[in-house]
Design a protein around this ligand. Structure first.
Ligand code: AMP
Ligand code: ZN
Ligand code: ZN
Length: 332
């Protein structure tokens, strides 16, 4: 975790000697703003290399929500792309959350133009005729699990259709550890086992997923976005909710980090080594309607669309996405 410090000529940046503006507690390092942002970019580069996220990676799809995490990820990866020789494309799924979605879209389009990264915006309403709030209303399912399932499904389809070697997500260190601890407390070992830096893909069925911010603290991303003047969505997601177990898990992890700075990073490295051992040979059955991965033979997307619209819409959604990708409806 890093904190802003007020300018004091006696506290100098370790790299350039100018007055430091940030104290990185876990690294016992004081840096100026410019060297702090460079430090975060290098942390991401080291994470990519530590977990070999760049091996066989030529084309990368980044899922961007408009929040500070995925916006910072977009900026950091656009800086690192030439080092690893990767082509980047980004995707925003417009869930139809009124002001929140409108603001997110405009921020993402502006940033992708500035960075010269092709950006695809897919609206859920155009794809299946309903926005997220309408689906919540019709299905009576909890918004966050519905939203997570829909985003995973659409990201995966786009990843497959554009031939991406991987999809990058903006989950950071604090997210990952608090979700892992929650899954452990609930003994939800299938989900726990997925808290790894890389989720391997299945050719033609599931795109590989990578988490380049696996070792980056949330507060560092906040500072990074602020110091880089990155525009992020100001409005809150109308469904934003953190369950009590994740909240307590996060509090406990924060206390341990306070007591031993760097605790979270070392825990993340152990988790990366061990998480996948908890569940081996999880069976994946392909959905009988759309051919995408499922645990029971019908995927979450087809189940939902059957319930709400009377028939499974997975295949139709893929067809629409294929057309969008073929007509290269990218924003630049
Ligand atoms: P969340 O489930 O909202 O915590 O998001 C996890 C990650 O999924 C984010 O860091 C993004 O990489 C990606 N993501 C979230 N929302 C969207 C969206 N609307 N469109 C595309 N990717 C998204
Ligand atoms: Zn400096
Ligand atoms: Zn399906």
């Amino acid at each position: 975790m890093s904190v802003l410090i007020s300018a004091n000529p006696r506290v100098q940046c370790k790299k350039c000697g100018r007055p430091a503006t940030v104290r990185i507690r876990y690294a016992k390092l004081n840096l100026c703003s410019e060297h702090f942002t460079e430090y975060i970019e290098e942390r991401v580069a080291k994470t990519i290399e530590r977990y070999k996220m760049h091996s066989d990676l030529k084309k990368l799809l980044i899922g961007v929500s408009g929040g500070k995490d995925s916006m910072s990820l977009l900026y950091i990866l656009s800086k690192l792309k030439s080092r690893y020789n990767i082509e980047i494309v980004c995707l925003h799924i417009d869930l139809g959350l009124n002001n929140y979605s409108e603001e997110s879209k405009s921020i993402i389009i502006e940033a992708s133009r500035e960075l010269g990264i092709p950006c695809l915006i897919i609206s859920l309403k155009d794809l299946i005729g309903y926005t997220l709030p309408e689906l919540v209303e019709k299905s009576k399912r909890p918004p966050c699990s519905l939203c997570g399932m829909l985003k995973r499904y659409v990201l995966n389809l786009v990843g497959l259709e554009i031939g991406a070697d991987a999809i990058a997500l903006g989950h950071h260190l604090d997210d990952i550890l608090s979700f892992a601890l929650k899954d452990f407390l609930l003994q939800d070992l299938v989900d726990f086992s997925k808290m790894t830096p890389i989720t391997p893909g299945i050719p033609g069925v599931a795109a590989k997923r990578i988490k380049p911010l696996y070792e980056v603290y949330e507060s560092d991303l906040e500072l990074y976005a602020k110091l880089k003047n990155i525009r992020v969505v100001g409005a809150n997601c109308p469904f934003k909710y953190r369950d009590p177990i994740t909240t307590s898990a996060r509090k406990m992890l924060d206390e341990l980090e306070e007591y031993a700075p760097g605790f979270k990073i070392s825990l993340s490295r152990k988790l990366a080594r061990n998480a996948s051992r908890y569940v081996q040979g999880e069976s994946i059955i392909l959905c009988k309607y759309c051919g995408m991965p499922s645990s029971s033979g019908i995927c979450g997307f087809c189940k939902l669309t059957m319930k709400v619209m009377g028939e499974p819409k997975g295949r139709e959604a893929r067809e629409k996405i294929r057309k969008l990708v073929d007509s290269s409806s990218f924003n630049n």
